[in-house]
Design a protein around this ligand. Structure first.
Ligand SMILES: Cc1ncc(COP(=O)(O)O)c(C=O)c1O
Length: 391
C-alpha cells in the first residue's frame, strides 16, 4: 500500500481505493487479483513439482476461485458447500481434495458419487464410514490419512492443528488399526496418500522439519503395505506478517520452507501436494469501512465504524493485529480504538491505534483482510454481509 497524492493505493499496480467509494453503501472487501496471481507464481516457482490445492476456506469468492483455477490450482475444501462452490467456479472433481474432521454421511455420499479426487481422513470412525458408504455405492474411495505428529509450530492456539490436544488428524499410535481397517475394506478404500498439516500462520520451521521426518518413516512403513500409496500432502500453512508489509522477507521464508520440504521428502519419490490459503490471499484484500461516529470519553477516543467482528472476526477471535489506514491521508496523528456496531465488547478492529485525525464520514482500510475475512463473516445482530469486489 502507498499514499499517492494523499490517497491510499493498493498492490503492485497501485490501484486507487478512493475510486471504489463513489457509490458506497456498505463495507466492502476489495481483492487484488494481480496480487493473487503474483503470489501464486512465486509459490509455484518455489514449490516446483508440487500440486497446489488452494484452501478455499480462506476466501471462496467466485472470481478469486476462477482466478486461481485459471492459474492451475486445485481446491482444498472442507464441506459439501465448498465442493459445490468449487465446481460452480471451474474446478472439476479431479481438482478437489476434501479435508475436515466432521464429514457427515450425506457429505461423504455426495463426494463419492461425484468422484472427488481425494478425501483426507481425520479419524478411524471416519475411515470406517467412508469404507462402508463406498462399498454400498460400489465405489472405491481414494483416501489420504491425515496424521497428527503432536508438534508445536508456535502459532496462536486457535490455529494450531498438529498437537495431541487438537481435534485434527490421527495419532501415530493408531497406525496399526488404520492399516487393518484399510485392509479389511480394500475393495472400497484405496490408500493414496498421507497428509500433514500443523496449523496456520507458520513462520518458523523447526517443528515442521521434525514432523516431516516423523511422517516420512510412517510413509515408508505404509508403502510396504500399500502399493497404491503415492502422495504426500504437506503443511503448515505458511504465515504472513500482519504488523508490516515485508514481501521480500515473506518470499525468503517461502524459499526456506520449500527447501526444507523438498530436501526432506525427495527420497520418497512421491507426488507432492499442499493446501495454502493465507499466504496466497492474506495481503490481497482490504476491508473498506466508513466512520459513523467519533465518540470521546474521558480517557478514550473511539472511531465507530460500520463494520465489525461480523465482517472480520480475526481481531476478536485471535486478538489478531491488522494495520488500518485512512483512505485519505490525515495530517495530525491521534490515538483511536477502532470499533464496530456489534453489541459485544470484543467487537474491535484495533485498540489505541495511532491514526490520522479521522472524522465522521471518513473511510478506513483494514489491511491484509483477504484471507479468513469474508469467508468467516456472519449476519450477527442481523447486520448485512459486506460487499466484495475484485480489481
Ligand atoms: C488441513 C488444512 N489445509 C489447509 C489449511 C490452510 O492453511 P493456511 O491458510 O494457513 O495456508 C489449513 C488451515 O489450518 C488446514 O488445517
Amino acid at each position: 500500500m502507498e499514499y499517492i497524492n494523499n490517497e491510499l493505493h493498493l498492490g503492485p499496480k497501485k490501484k486507487n481505493l478512493k475510486s471504489l467509494l463513489s457509490n458506497y453503501k456498505q463495507p466492502i472487501y476489495v481483492y487484488d487479483l494481480d496480487f493473487i496471481r503474483a503470489r501464486f507464481a512465486l509459490m509455484s516457482q518455489a514449490l516446483q513439482g508440487v500440486r497446489i490445492f488452494y484452501a478455499m476456506k480462506a476466501n471462496s469468492n467466485p472470481q478469486v476461485l476462477r482466478c486461481l483455477k485459471d492459474l492451475g490450482a486445485g481446491a482444498d475444501v472442507v464441506s459439501l458447500g465448498e465442493i459445490h462452490r468449487a465446481l460452480e467456479n471451474g474446478f472439476t472433481v479431479s481438482d478437489i481434495v476434501y479435508s475436515g474432521v466432521g464429514k457427515t454421511r450425506h457429505e461423504i455420499t455426495e463426494a463419492l458419487k461425484l468422484g472427488i479426487y481425494q478425501i483426507n481422513v481425520e479419524s478411524l470412525p471416519e475411515l470406517e464410514r467412508i469404507g462402508e458408504i463406498a462399498k454400498s455405492l460400489n465405489k472405491k474411495a481414494a483416501v489420504a490419512l491425515r496424521l497428527n505428529p503432536d508438534i508445536d509450530i508456535k502459532t496462536h492456539p486457535y490455529i494450531a492443528t498438529g498437537l495431541r490436544d487438537n481435534k485434527f488428524g490421527m495419532e501415530l499410535s493408531l497406525i496399526p488399526e488404520l492399516i487393518s481397517c484399510l485392509k479389511k475394506n480394500s475393495e472400497s478404500l484405496d490408500l493414496v496418500g498421507i497428509s500433514l498439516h500443523l496449523g496456520s500462520q507458520m513462520m518458523e520451521f523447526e517443528g515442521y522439519q521434525e514432523a516431516l521426518e516423523k511422517l516420512k518413516k510412517i510413509y515408508k512403513t505404509l508403502q510396504s503395505e500399500f502399493k497404491s500409496l503415492r502422495k504426500f500432502d504437506f503443511g503448515g500453512g505458511l504465515g504472513i506478517f500482519y504488523d508490516r508489509l515485508d514481501l521480500a522477507k515473506e518470499e525468503s521464508l517461502l524459499k526456506e520452507y520449500a527447501a526444507i520440504t523438498m530436501n526432506s521428502l525427495k527420497e520418497l519419490h512421491c507426488e507432492l501436494q499442499s493446501e495454502p490459503g493465507r499466504w496466497l490471499l492474506g495481503h490481497a484484500g482490504v476491508l473498506l469501512t466508513q466512520v459513523q461516529y467519533i465518540k470521546k470519553t474521558s480517557h478514550k477516543k473511539f472511531a465507530i465504524v460500520d463494520s465489525g467482528m461480523n465482517h472480520l472476526i480475526r481481531p476478536s477471535l485471535y486478538e489478531a493485529f491488522h494495520l488500518i489506514y485512512p483512505v485519505e491521508k490525515k495530517n495530525q496523528e491521534s490515538l483511536f480504538d477502532v470499533v464496530g456496531p456489534i453489541c459485544e465488547s470484543s467487537d474491535f478492529f484495533a485498540k489505541d491505534r495511532m491514526l490520522g485525525e479521522v472524522q465522521e464520514g471518513d473511510f478506513l482500510a483494514v489491511m491484509d483482510a483477504g484471507a479468513y475475512g469474508y469467508s468467516m463473516a456472519s449476519t450477527y445482530n442481523l447486520q448485512d454481509l459486506p460487499g466484495e469486489v475484485c480489481i
